[in-house]
Design a protein around this ligand. Structure first.
Ligand SMILES: [Zn+2]
Length: 74
């Protein structure tokens, strides 16, 4: 099993996993893959992960120093 590549939000929907976000301050969040892709499509936003990551901001500290990973669903 090789490492999976998540280049766009659609790779998350295809794999059936959510987007896990972790901030440098330790705050974490789970973003629903369908809600996120819908937001991108509705607003005509870039669906590539670097662009999505650049739009994210920590809810706790307001930092943009966040990292994304894939989160399995229960
Ligand atoms: Zn933070």
């Amino acid at each position: 099993m090789g490492p999976q590549r998540f280049e766009t939000i659609f790779d998350y929907t295809r794999q059936g996993v959510d987007v896990g976000v972790r901030c440098a301050c330790g705050h974490g969040a789970r973003l629903d893959r369908r809600a996120l892709s819908r937001t991108c499509i509705t607003n005509g936003l870039d669906t590539r992960m670097p662009a999505i990551k650049a739009r994210l901001k920590c809810r706790a500290g307001g930092s943009r120093d966040v990292g994304c990973s894939s989160l399995e669903r229960d």
